[in-house]
Design a protein around this ligand. Structure first.
Ligand code: BGC
Length: 523
């Protein structure tokens, strides 16, 4: 951990009110240490994903993933025409990464395995021993350093052969995903006790299959998106039940899958229609994924089923574009998670829409039927999709806690939350972001009684941000992508986060903004 003098060297003197603080709304805290603290059993961590940091795309016997192939074939897909061939080169610098994690003082590290590093063709007939060894060493070193690995099996890097067969629209891929998961559990289950199956089915299916903003850019809005959703959920359930039967009795680990969600605020909270629109948005974008697993009755939420079935009928389809689960599948999915893994970044507001031309036809957005707006008062500092409304975080956690009774017994763990800027070590805005969002989490825990037991910051370091390439930075550590060593340097937000982790409290005065630097630069 760092000494406070190290922090002092990096900080200036006066705290002023930032836009973030103005946006924070009631209850507003401008300075000082917050009285509430994070409970003793609350886990702090940091997150990354293989394709975004690892590099070594063709080294050590690794096979090609969808992102390797897709970006080599479509080099202009990303805003800066970059790819993850080298990224932060964690393939060679993982020991440095572990040192960085140790300095933060966090108890846990969420990362992902690149499927094709251990199974180059995606199938279990060919296991790449060099790849196996890479992750084995990494997990051993983490455990040696007292850092609990939380491992995502699939953070969007589908083996290329399966992408060519339709990716997640092909239900057969579920079998191969199960085989891969079994290999991973067998190889690493002695060291890894927390597993995540499929990262963010909503984002992966919406952007990758329903739009063209993530690979494989299928743009099958309204159809492929739901095949992907359905198969992602089934793939998760299959792996959960397989672990439960074959590994859990001995390995005693926990399994879940991360859902990401924006908070949806009624555009006018006094209008019943807007309140309903926001609720519909949450059901269609989060409930569709979470309800089959966490609700008492299982299956897709009724409103989701009705909306997509009705719209499909109106459009002349003889079957719903959203497939149906069999009774056995409903049963396999219900209760198939040992904790709720939530990723959260932004907020939006909703109102019903009568404008047909507003949506692609057919599409998730048309099926949802609500307009996506934002409040002008919410700052949108750097990246096109991130609006700052920290209270939305508290509201979202409460929404889940109220919706799913099981969350009294199993906890919510925030597996991603973070802030994008254009880089730089003196990242006062990111410091504010973490203070403000963690403060809302404290309120959710202490004032609302929400069962939140962990928080992972996204991200440990600057990384490859999918379609945004290296333009936007999320790291607590900066990475110099022009240096051959990919030099890593802690930002102010790293010192601030380490202080929160160490003291279990938020001190709004710990990192002080220099006088005059009092707003987020709106781009
Ligand atoms: C994804 C990450 C991504 C982050 C920020 C999340 O939805 O899981 O891979 O880097 O958002 O864009």
């Amino acid at each position: 951990m760092w000494s406070s003098s190290a922090v002092a060297r990096n900080t200036a003197v006066l705290l002023t009110i930032s836009l973030l603080q103005l946006a924070r709304g009631s209850p507003v805290v401008k300075s000082g240490v917050i009285n509430y603290s994070f409970p003793d059993d609350f886990i702090f961590g940091v997150s990354t994903a293989a394709y975004q940091i690892e590099g070594g795309w063709n080294e050590g016997g690794k096979g090609e993933s969808m992102w390797d192939t897709f970006l080599h074939e479509h080099p202009t897909f990303t805003v800066d025409h970059s790819n993850g061939d080298v990224a932060a080169d964690s393939y060679h610098h993982y020991m440095e990464d572990i040192e960085m994690i140790k300095k933060l003082g966090v108890q846990s590290y969420r990362m992902s395995i690149s499927w094709t590093r251990i199974l180059p063709n995606g199938t279990d007939n060919n296991i790449n021993q060099e790849g196996v060894k890479y992750y084995r060493t990494l997990f051993e070193e983490l455990v040696k350093a007292n850092i609990t690995p939380v491992v995502t099996l699939y953070h969007w890097d589908m083996p290329t052969p399966f992408m060519k067969l339709g990716g997640w629209t092909n239900a057969k891929v579920i079998d191969y995903f199960e085989d891969y998961a079994r290999v991973a559990f067998r190889l690493y289950g002695d060291l890894v006790k927390m597993w995540l199956t499929v990262n963010e089915p909503h984002e992966g299916c919406l952007s990758g299959y329903g739009q063209a903003t993530l690979a494989p850019a299928m743009n099958s809005h309204g159809l492929g998106i739901y095949l992907c959703t359905h198969n992602n959920l089934l793939a998760h359930a299959r792996v959960y039940r397989m672990y439960e039967k074959e590994f859990k009795p001995l390995q005693k680990g926990k399994v879940s899958l991360p859902f990401e969600s924006a908070w949806a605020e009624p555009h006018d909270p006094n209008k019943a229609d807007d309140v309903e629109a926001a609720e519909n948005y949450l059901q269609m974008h989060l409930g569709m994924f979470a309800h089959p697993i966490f609700s008492e009755e299982g299956d897709y939420p009724r409103v989701v089923r009705e909306k997509i079935d009705n719209m499909s009928r109106l459009q002349g389809y003889s079957r719903s574009r959203l497939p149906y689960f069999t009774d056995e599948e409903v049963k396999a999915l219900r209760g198939s998670a040992d904790f709720f893994s939530l990723n959260h970044y932004t907020a939006l507001s909703n109102t019903p829409s009568a404008m047909e031309s507003y949506f692609k036809v057919p599409s998730l957005h048309q099926d949802t039927g609500v307009r996506i707006l934002v409040y002008p008062s919410w700052p949108k500092p750097f990246i096109r999709w991130q609006y700052l409304y920290p209270q939305g975080f508290r509201k979202l956690v409460n929404w889940l806690q109220n919706k799913y009774k099981i969350l009294k017994e199993i906890p919510i763990i925030i597996t991603e939350n973070g802030f994008a800027d254009f880089g730089g070590i003196e990242d006062y805005d990111r410091v504010d972001y973490y203070n403000d969002f963690l403060y809302q989490l404290l309120l959710a825990i202490h004032e609302d009684g929400c069962n939140v037991k962990g928080y992972f910051a996204w991200s440990l370091m600057d990384d490859f941000e999918w379609i945004d390439g290296y333009k936007h930075k999320f790291g607590l550590y900066s990475v110099d992508f022009n240096s051959p060593n990919r030099t890593r340097t802690p930002k102010l937000s790293a010192y601030n986060y380490a202080n929160i982790v160490r003291t279990r409290r938020i001190d709004f005065d710990y990192i002080k903004r220099p006088e005059g630097l009092n707003t987020i630069a709106l781009k």
